[in-house]
Design a protein around this ligand. Structure first.
Ligand code: ATP
Length: 484
């Protein structure tokens, strides 16, 4: 965020081969992609926005009042998809490791934290204001912006445009703590979760009796007063981050950086994303923040272009060093066994939860023709799908609804999200579930009352298997436990 734009090093990802990361030889230098690509596939995004509203994934915030600028609400299916992303991250980053501890730091922090971190001074975008239409534009995105006039052109291209000098604009939301609105009561909504981990480094290390190297992981809300938000939930003013700061002994930082890059890339693939839609982008010298030794973005090919999904950064001892300086407290690690003391270096992995949700939706969306009929499918990995099974009685009589309700109840009790639907033809019920990304539809029919079997239809292959109703839960569990 604090880095400037310039030529970037793009390294396409090799097809995923086990857990090894394979960098293509000879990085290619290309221009940084336009932040709001002109080659945008607006069609797909429009369809996705409409589908996610229709099926209850994402709604515009405060819609009945005309919405709020770039803030979104997650509906019943969206919140489950988002929870699945967060749980997959937490499980891999915290629960499955002995060297990472969890933390939930507060959103409001002592304002001196943001002075120490450099955000008060440096978390800025240069903006240009037009005196004619009163709109503000990011100086580095003038050509990709629309001026306030209709029909719109890029700012500065109309005879009436009156662009002023660029001015720095801080991206942090400011508010006041306590009853008095004065300079001394100014407080910020955090623009990232990371600082909570830095200021708690010693608390966590001593309480959890961790030895360096170890990490602190958090998932939480962050707020940025973005000037050019957009592309649905890609860039919003309120969003969620999943960040992990890994504290290492200086000298071992490069090795840990490579390990974390490989680990994080593997995690994205484990969500079922197509490998050809992911690539690595190493920051060139002009992009690298002044304190960073190395930074690589994991990028995804969204319909509106290749964009950052996650950043992996070698932040050296910058953050702990700055907090030592500003707080007057020592933040060093003492290794009594080895007789050493040092301020650890930090390797950070920072991914946007909302961007990951958008990636999964984009990657999963497809339209196809089946036996002369078209259908829209969200081919989400079963582990990510908000609802795992929809259960249908073929008809609303002969005891079939009761059997179907019984199956739903059993699945739900075992924490396998399931949905009962008896309205409309079976074909229509399938289509609704295809759009919602539900991997399996269970149908209870006349044969069920005779021999206790049901059919399970697979969303992607359309294959149907007939199994005993008592085996449905086990059958699904087996499939949910397998990797992508
Ligand atoms: P960008 O260059 O897209 O503004 P950044 O480099 O500022 O992102 P970081 O500060 O490294 O991002 O934050 C880590 C991650 O948080 C990003 O990779 C992204 O996934 C997510 N993120 C950052 N800003 C936003 C936002 N405004 N809306 C949604 N997600 C965001």
């Amino acid at each position: 965020m604090l880095g400037s734009s310039g030529p970037s090093i793009i390294t396409p990802l090799a097809p995923f081969a086990g857990s090894r990361i394979e960098l293509c030889p000879g990085p290619v230098f290309i221009e940084t992609p336009d932040p709001d690509s002109h080659m945008a596939d607006h069609d797909v995004m429009e369809k996705l926005v409409s589908l996610t509203k229709r099926r209850g994934f994402v709604f515009q915030s405060s819609e009945i009042y005309g919405g709020t600028g770039s803030v979104w609400d997650y509906g019943p299916l969206g919140i489950e998809l988002k929870r699945n992303v967060k749980e997959a991250w937490w499980s891999r980053m915290v629960l499955q490791r002995e060297d990472v501890e969890g933390l939930d730091a507060s959103i409001l922090m002592n304002p001196r934290v943001w002075i120490a971190s450099g955000h008060v001074e440096g978390f800025t975008d240069p903006l240009v204001e037009c005196k004619h239409c009163k709109k503000r534009f990011r100086e580095d995105q003038l050509l990709a912006s629309e001026c306030g006039r209709k029909p719109s052109v890029a700012p500065g291209q109309d005879a009436q445009c009156e662009l002023g000098e660029p001015r720095l604009f801080n991206l942090m939301f400011k508010t006041f703590m306590g009853p008095v609105e004065s300079d001394s009561s100014v407080i910020y909504l955090r623009p990232e979760t990371a600082q909570g981990s830095y200021v708690n480094f010693l608390n966590v290390q001593t309480a959890a009796r961790q030895r360096v190297p170890f990490g602190i992981a958090q998932i939480g809300k962050a707020f940025r007063n973005e000037i050019t938000p957009g592309n649905f939930i890609f860039r919003t003013r309120e969003f969620e981050q999943a960040e992990m700061q890994f504290f290492v002994e200086p000298g071992t930082d490069e090795e840990w950086f490579d390990r974390w890059l490989e680990e994080r890339r593997g995690w994205h693939l484990s969500l079922g994303v197509r490998p050809e839609n992911l690539r690595l982008h190493e920051h060139g010298p002009n992009e690298l923040a002044h304190y960073a030794k190395k930074a690589v973005d994991i990028e995804y090919q969204f319909p509106f272009g290749w964009k950052e999904l996650e950043g992996i950064h070698n932040r050296t001892d910058f953050d702990l060093g700055r907090h030592e300086e500003h707080s007057g407290k020592r933040l060093e690690y003492i290794d009594t066994a080895a007789g050493k003391r040092f301020v650890p270096y930090v390797v950070e992995t920072a991914v946007g939860v909302d961007r990951t949700v958008l990636m999964l939706l984009c990657d999963a969306y497809r339209e196809e023709e089946i036996e002369g009929e078209s259908r829209v499918v969200l081919g989400l990995h079963p582990r990510m799908a908000p609802v795992k099974a929809a259960v249908f009685p073929l008809v609303k009589k002969d005891g079939l609804p009761e059997i179907a309700h019984g199956i739903v109840k059993e699945l739900r009790r075992a924490a396998v999200p399931a949905f009962y639907d008896e309205s409309g033809s079976i074909g229509r019920r399938y289509r609704r579930q295809d759009e919602a990304g539900t991997p399996w539809c269970v149908t209870v029919d006349g044969q069920t009352s005779e021999d206790g079997t049901v059919t399970i239809r697979d969303r992607d292959t359309l294959d149907q298997v007939r199994i005993d109703a008592s085996r449905v839960l086990g059958w699904m569990r087996e499939r949910l436990d397998t990797d992508a």
